[in-house]
Design a protein around this ligand. Structure first.
Ligand code: SIN
Length: 189
């Protein structure tokens, strides 16, 4: 058995993995679009008022979806996956996808990715950006305000030089008219 395995995060896992790993490298998957289409009733919302978090939806026309690839020792596999399965219990399934690294000389790896499909009961699906931002603005759950989730994700993407129009549009919409929500203004969040 290999002495390590990889986990690829594209949502909260990019800034708060909360599991032991021996490497964390920005990377991407192809053929998937990141969308705020998954309802969150346990982290960034509550059952009476779900928040919106990202999931991946198959879309071959999209540019690469950037996230963070984590190398994890196989000895920690059971514990790490049990914790993540619990954290992502609100509708996410584990898939195995090919993960590419920013350094193209490094060979791609197979990575485990948590994806919420449209079959899960919390799936919300598409909505206009303004509606998504409005839902995010009013949602709050045990892990904190939904807006923090969006702004942290947008901030992480900007910090690694990655572009995701959907995430940036929702973040910009959130900040519009409320610059105090986005400390430092749009360029630094
Ligand atoms: C992920 O981060 O990879 C999964 C979605 C989330 O927890 O936000």
């Amino acid at each position: 058995m290999a002495s390590e395995f990889w986990i690829f995060g594209y949502g909260s896992l990019v800034w708060r993995p909360a599991f032991a790993h021996s490497e964390a490298i920005p990377g991407f998957v192809r053929g998937w679009a990141r969308r705020f289409w998954q309802g969150s009733v346990d982290h960034r919302g509550v059952p009476e008022s779900p928040g919106r978090v990202v999931t991946l939806v198959p879309d071959a026309s999209e540019p690469p979806c950037w996230g963070m690839a984590y190398r994890v020792e196989s000895s920690a596999r059971e514990q790490v996956l049990a914790n993540l399965d619990h954290r992502e219990v609100g509708g996410f399934d584990r898939l195995e996808l090919e993960v590419h690294f920013r350094d193209a000389k490094r060979s791609p790896v197979r990575g485990l990715v948590y994806v919420a499909s449209q079959r899960n009961p919390n799936f919300l699906g598409p909505a206009p950006v303004e509606e998504i931002a409005e839902q995010v603005r009013r949602s709050h759950g045990p892990s904190g305000p939904n807006s923090e989730y969006v702004l942290r994700l947008a901030g992480w993407l900007r910090a690694v030089g990655a572009v995701d129009d959907h995430v940036f549009q929702v973040a910009d919409q959130l900040c519009e008219g409320e610059p105090e929500r986005c400390e430092g203004g749009p360029e630094t969040r």
